[in-house]
Design a binder for this molecule. Structure first.
Ligand code: F6P
Length: 545
């Protein structure tokens, strides 16, 4: 079944939301709380280890009802069914979108082109288990008989960001293996990593769904060359692993069949950490933790599939995002995790969200007449408070912000954790309440300022407030909760794509730059310059001088 092709702006709910926005856009959140003592309960969802509180958003019960109606009018229920059952909803590439099958239970059946893929998924999982256990225990060794000490993941985009983010996020659970990530085609990146490596004890994992990506190919070749300056050709079999769908290219590179972890074309790059792309995660934190990560994602999948829309976390968060993007005109969203472990989360989600929903063509091929993909950014709190929070508090832009926090710290330092979380709670409160002229006046007076000074300073110390936030508070940053959190955002992406009537699972927009770079590379390496605009030509000439 294909996804329906409905222009969301033609639905009755969209029209109603437009009128409703005019009616409630200026309502202060503060008064909504004053008038409804149960607001926090009404607009929150408790699920598993999570409390998702969306009550500090500029919504009323009517807003939520209209947004839910929009979801129904866009046939979200049918779309979810198509997504999970392996229908080729990635229509422009003719593919199913089944990262959810990678974390399904062994008992489930997921059919792709008439075949249940679950046995194959588990076969590869077993291979990941066996391999990671053998490397971690030292049973598998390098060409001189030494145990491995370092793992290098060579990949880019989804073949880098997912594992890089997750190994950092699960840093607390890490074993003795040091993990490195080489992604950029910038040679300085790979050479900086090489400085840290010993060829006798380093394992290289070349991760590339296509095995044709320029960056990954170049880095893999450079690392192989460096490795062979120290080791014999036969050692490649012990030190180079590949994760890919392209078996022929892997063979050409010289990686032996045993060392190949296959992928499937029904797993999109930016959703692939649940496949063997996550091998570096399993190596870094051990297979049991890796499996917990998958189980957490599976639990969120079940929640998303089964919970009513009104109690469904990804559905609600996606609809809120649509509300701000399409009615309030908000262009960006911030994601602020209050844990240093999640310092790569927003970089990871930038690919997930912006590569998926950064589209301007509706499913019928016509240009959309409304805004789609939100811009995502963020850094951990409290660092971000001392960097860009000024703009969220007092700037002119509306930036709906997700605050992600945990009840317990991992190292058990409760004093630090209380300070961290005091900031976490204080920020969402401050963003909502702001500070009125009366409050500023009183404060300045109490600190001894004259009336003249107060009048001069007052406008700068005002906080308008009414800045929307959503709080995601979970028990601990466990592998399971991390899996659920990532899956939450994955499904949010899906729901938004359904509402916006776009194809979320292709990425044609990255192709043009790749094509032009190939032509220009040729010109940089040879003398003839091609046909370019004046600026590009001048820049290339300056580079070559
Ligand atoms: O940049 C486009 C892209 O295709 C991403 O979607 C993908 O994650 C990345 O390149 C890497 O691709 P591959 O795994 O095929 O090397």
């Amino acid at each position: 079944m294909a996804l329906p092709k409905i222009d969301p702006t033609t639905t009755p709910s969209w029209q109603q939301l437009t009128a409703h926005y005019e009616a409630i856009k200026a309502l202060p959140l503060k008064s909504l709380f004053q008038n409804d003592p149960k607001r926090a309960e009404t607009f929150s969802i408790e699920w598993d280890d999570f409390l998702v509180d969306y009550s500090k958003n500029r919504i009323t019960e009517e807003t939520v009802q209209l947004l839910l109606q929009l979801a129904r009018e866009m046939q979200l229920g049918t779309a979810i069914e198509a997504y999970f059952s392996g229908d080729p909803i990635n229509e422009t590439e003719g593919r199913a979108v089944l990262h959810t099958a990678l974390r399904a239970t062994r008992e489930e059946t997921v059919m792709v082109a008439g075949k249940n893929v679950i046995p194959e998924v588990y076969e590869i999982r077993e291979k990941i288990r066996g391999f990671s256990n053998a490397v971690i225990s030292g049973e598998k060794r390098g060409y001189t008989g030494k145990s491995f000490t370092d793992i290098v993941n060579i990949g880019i985009g989804g073949s880098d960001l997912g594992p890089a983010m997750a190994t950092e996020a699960l840093g607390f659970y890490k074993n003795h293996l040091k993990t490195h990530f080489v992604s950029n085609v910038d040679g300085d990146h790979v050479h900086e990593i090489i400085k840290k490596l010993d060829p006798e004890t380093t394992l290289f994992i070349v991760v590339s769904k296509s095995f044709t990506t320029q960056e990954t190919q170049s880095n893999a070749e450079t690392l192989k060359e460096w490795f062979l300056q120290h080791a014999p050709e036969t050692a490649i079999g012990k030190h180079f692993i590949a994760v890919s769908t392209n078996l022929e290219k892997i063979r050409e590179f010289g990686i032996t069949e045993d060392n190949v972890f296959p992928m499937w074309d029904w797993v999109g790059g930016r959703f692939s950490l649940w496949s063997a792309v996550g091998l570096s995660i399993a190596l870094s934190v051990g297979y049991e933790n890796y499996e917990q990560l998958l189980q957490g994602a599976n639990a969120m999948d079940i929640h998303f599939k089964e919970a009513k829309f009104s109690e469904n976390i990804p559905v609600i968060l996606a609809l809120l995002s649509v509300w701000y993007n399409n009615f309030f005109g908000a262009e960006t969203e911030a994601i602020i995790p209050y844990t240093q472990y999640l310092h790569r989360l927003s970089a990871y989600l930038q690919q997930g969200i912006m590569e998926s929903n950064g589209k301007s063509r509706a499913r019928n091929g016509e240009r959309v007449g409304y805004e789609t993909g939100t811009i995502i950014w963020g850094e951990p709190g409290t660092n971000s408070q001392h960097a860009f929070f000024q703009l969220i508090h007092q700037g002119t832009k509306l930036i709906p912000t997700d605050f992600i926090g945990f009840k317990k710290p991992l190292h058990g330092n409760q004093q630090h954790h209380n300070k961290l979380m005091a900031n976490f709670f204080a920020q969402t409160e401050a963003l909502m309440n702001g500070k009125t002229a009366d409050e500023v006046h009183r404060e300045l007076k109490n600190s001894g300022h004259s009336e003249a000074e107060i009048q001069q300073l007052l406008p700068f110390k005002l906080f308008e407030g009414n800045k929307p936030t959503t709080t995601i508070l979970a028990d601990t940053l466990s592998p399971k909760n991390l899996g659920a959190l990532i899956a939450l955002y994955e499904h949010k992406i899906f729901v938004q794509g359904v509402i916006w009537n776009i194809f979320s699972y292709d990425q044609w927009g990255v192709e043009l730059g790749k094509q032009l770079a190939k032509t220009i590379l040729n010109e940089l390496e040879n003398s003839e310059l091609g046909n370019h605009d004046g600026s590009t030509l001048r820049l290339i000439q300056f580079f070559k001088e």
